[in-house]
Write a protein that binds this ligand. Structure first.
Ligand SMILES: [Zn+2]
Length: 185
C-alpha cells in the first residue's frame, strides 16, 4: 500500500483539454518514480477500504494531465480475471502503430476519474490496437497488442494525452444509438 493520493484534475480545468508534450527523457528516474506511484495508486484505488478511507474512486487507468502534468504518459492497472490476469503498464510517449477496422465499446459506457458524474452512452473504440511506448515498469521500449477491454482502456488514456474525453465520442442526440457491427463488451 502506498500513501500517495494524487490530487485529481477535472474536466472544467484547462490541463484536461491540453495536447500534452512528449517526455524529453523517458528513462528519467524521477519520472519513473512518478509513473510507478500512479500504477500503485490505481492498484490501491481498487481496494474498497483504501479507496473509501482516502476518498478516491476506483480506476484502471490514469493519464498525466489528470494529475496536472501535461506530458505524454499514463498508467494502467487492471485485473482481467482468470484468463488475462493482472496487467500493469507505465507507458511514456505512447504511439499508436495500428488499429483494427472492427470496433467495440463497453455495454455500460465508460467512466473517468476526471469526470465527476458519469456520462451515459456508447463510446466507440477500435477493437484491437498496437501501441509502441517506453514502459517504465519494464525499463525498455515495448510494442503492445491489446484486444477488447484493455484496448478500450488504452484508447481512453491515449485520448487524455490529446485533451479528449470519452464523452466527446458519445452521440449527442442518441447516446445509446446502435452502432452497426460493433462488439459490446
Ligand atoms: Zn479518463
Amino acid at each position: 500500500m502506498a500513501d500517495k493520493v494524487f490530487k485529481m484534475h477535472f474536466d472544467d480545468e484547462p490541463v484536461i483539454r491540453t495536447i500534452c508534450a512528449p517526455v524529453a527523457d523517458p528513462t528519467d528516474p524521477q519520472l519513473g518514480r512518478l509513473v510507478k506511484e500512479m500504477v500503485q495508486y490505481l492498484k490501491d484505488s481498487q481496494d474498497p477500504a483504501w479507496a473509501k478511507g482516502n476518498h478516491v474512486r476506483a480506476g484502471v487507468g490514469l493519464a498525466a494531465p489528470q494529475i496536472g502534468d501535461p506530458r505524454r504518459f499514463f498508467a494502467v492497472y487492471v485485473d482481467l480475471g482468470k484468463k488475462g490476469g493482472i496487467k500493469e503498464y507505465g507507458l511514456v510517449n505512447p504511439v499508436i502503430l495500428k488499429t483494427s477496422v472492427r470496433q467495440c465499446c463497453l455495454s455500460e459506457g465508460e467512466g473517468c476519474l476526471s469526470v465527476a458524474k458519469d456520462r451515459p452512452g456508447y463510446v466507440p473504440r477500435y477493437y484491437r490496437i498496437t501501441v509502441k511506448a517506453y514502459d517504465v515498469l519494464e525499463g525498455r521500449e515495448v510494442t503492445i497488442n491489446q484486444v477488447g477491454y484493455p484496448a478500450i482502456i488504452f484508447q481512453h488514456e491515449l485520448d487524455h494525452l490529446d485533451g479528449h474525453l470519452y464523452y466527446d465520442h458519445i452521440d449527442k442526440i442518441d447516446p445509446w444509438k446502435e452502432i452497426a457491427g460493433i462488439t459490446k463488451i
